[in-house]
Design a protein around this ligand. Structure first.
Ligand SMILES: Nc1ncnc2c1ncn2[C@@H]1O[C@H](COP(=O)(O)OP(=O)(O)O)[C@@H](O)[C@H]1O
Ligand SMILES: [Mg+2]
Length: 463
């Protein structure tokens, strides 16, 4: 490995967006490198790097935005994001650092959207804007904090530039679906994107998406958990849960978004073979999770029954493009209503798999699981407090009912009439969560495990 690659091998595992945590990095290979901004001999340069990180024989592609400056001209506030000193693109060694923290570079990066196309010498990285959309420049990017799998920069109150960290060849579904939904009041309008030609791939790969920033919005997870907290603190004093109206509206918005996606993009009906394939994937995941988490194994037979029921459903199941990673952290509440973000799907899954049509009830199941999480989250530190558990469970039940009612009112397939399908999808999502929590946050494991235990104890759906 080159000096740069050696430095990156140490730096990469510490980044929150790195999805291969806990597995040693055997190799880093810089696949391509482009200088997007160059502010003179002493000034900073901005480089976009596409790298391959090799772990356990598997290789994953990531995008890095690195700044470089002569070592003595690194401002003190950037010293804490320094990666090391090395040669970046020939010439004198420079200090390289995480460019997302450099206001000068993020400002210049936004300006690149207004430069004539092809300004990057190789032409292999392109900044695209939508016809008629003029990009307002002059602001600098501020990094969004919080639970994220990518890195997003907010420019004033104008834009969010989301740089995709894990790269797969082709158009990122976040861009594809937001473009298809452009004009909908329920999404943040896309304004442009950055794309690159990856070696050996004929279609461009999305590096970043520029989207309208929605100011003064509240994250759905924050809103929901604040409501659970208020309920639990007032537990026993007759506190009325306040989120159910929001949940119903979120259900309607979700149905509207699904309907728009179905109008704009291909739809189909799931064939029996397709249903069997879906059920097989669920069974496989269950087997893997049961092997890793013994507490799950005792519920596995009931979960298997739910999957068998799913594969035998004889009503035609409509399929279409869906959100793919739907939960309370992916929706924000603005004054007029809910806005849905992050149509990327699961970033660790290859894009071609995420583009497959699926049942919109998968997204419904995702959100229903999220209500369980919001309810269970505050109990993580209070195991065995029966009163609190009862209150939290009834919060989740009221909100799931409200969401489903809203979804049906908004023109979506009535979840109450598709309980067999929903039950299988909810189990599958919870099994995924069991695996995730066992590997990453063991003290949260009880949240999905208890949901599975409760649902497994409930009688299967009639009919
Ligand atoms: N257009 C936007 N307007 C306002 N806030 C946004 C916007 N896009 C993203 N955010 C905020 O950033 C967070 C992360 O964005 P998201 O697209 O979900 O990225 P990630 O893929 O990293 O999860 C969101 O939960 C939201 O709080
Ligand atoms: Mg997200």
């Amino acid at each position: 490995m080159s000096q740069l690659e050696e430095l990156l091998a140490v730096w990469l595992p510490r980044q929150r967006w790195f999805s291969g945590k806990g597995i040693p990095i055997r190799q880093i290979r810089v696949e391509s490198r482009h200088t997007l901004v160059s502010a003179g001999p002493e000034g900073p340069d901005l480089h976009v790097l596409v790298i391959q990180a090799g772990q356990r024989g598997l290789s994953s592609r990531y995008q890095l935005l690195l700044g470089s400056r002569p070592p003595r001209s690194l401002p003190p506030d950037l010293a804490r994001v320094a990666i090391g000193v090395c040669q970046v693109s020939g010439g004198r060694p420079k200090v390289i650092y995480d460019a997302a923290h450099d206001a000068q570079l993020t400002g210049l990066l936004l300006e690149r959207f207004t430069a004539p196309t092809g300004a990057e010498p190789s032409g292999r990285v392109r900044f695209r804007t939508l016809p008629g959309g003029r990009i307002r420049v002059g602001s600098t990017g501020r990094i969004l904090t919080g639970e994220q799998s990518n890195t997003s920069l907010v420019y004033g109150e104008d834009y969010v530039l989301k740089t995709f960290r894990r790269l797969w060849p082709g158009t990122n579904p976040d861009l594809e679906l937001n473009m298809a939904l452009s004009g909908s009041p329920y999404v943040a309008r896309p304004c442009g994107w950055i794309e690159a030609d990856l070696a050996g791939h004929s279609t461009p790969t999305t590096l970043a998406m520029l989207q309208t920033y929605i100011p003064q919005a509240t994250d759905g997870w924050v809103l929901a958990t604040a409501d659970v907290r208020a309920l639990l603190e007032g537990s026993g004093s007759g506190h009325e849960p306040g989120f159910t109206g929001e949940a119903a509206q979120l259900g309607r918005t979700t149905a509207e978004v699904h309907r728009s996606l179905a109008r704009a993009l291909p739809t189909d009906v799931l064939t029996p073979a397709g249903a069997a394939e879906m059920a097989d994937a669920m069974v496989e995941r269950l087997a893997m999770a049961s092997a890793e988490v013994p507490e799950l194994a005792e519920h596995a037979p009931r979960v298997m029954e739910a999957y068998a029921d799913f594969s035998e459903v004889d009503e035609p199941l409509p399929i279409q493009r869906i959100h793919g990673d739907y939960h309370l952290g992916q929706v924000i509440r603005t004054t007029p209503g809910w806005v849905v973000l992050d149509f990327e799907g699961e970033p660790t899954v290859p894009v071609r798999d995420r583009q497959r049509l699926s049942s919109p009830l998968r997204d419904v199941a995702g959100m229903l699981r999220s209500f369980d999480y919001a309810a269970g989250y505050l109990l993580v530190g209070h195991p065995g407090e029966a009163g609190l558990e009862w209150a939290a469970r009834s919060w989740a039940r009221h909100n799931r009912e409200a969401f489903c009612r809203g979804y049906a009112d908004g023109g979506g397939a009535d979840p109450e009439k598709h309980l067999t399908v929903l039950r299988a999808f909810e189990f599958d999502k919870a099994v995924y969560e069991v695996l995730y929590e066992a590997r990453n946050r063991p003290n949260w494991l009880r949240v999905p495990l208890e949901s599975i235990a409760t649902a497994a104890a409930a009688p299967p759906v009639p009919g």
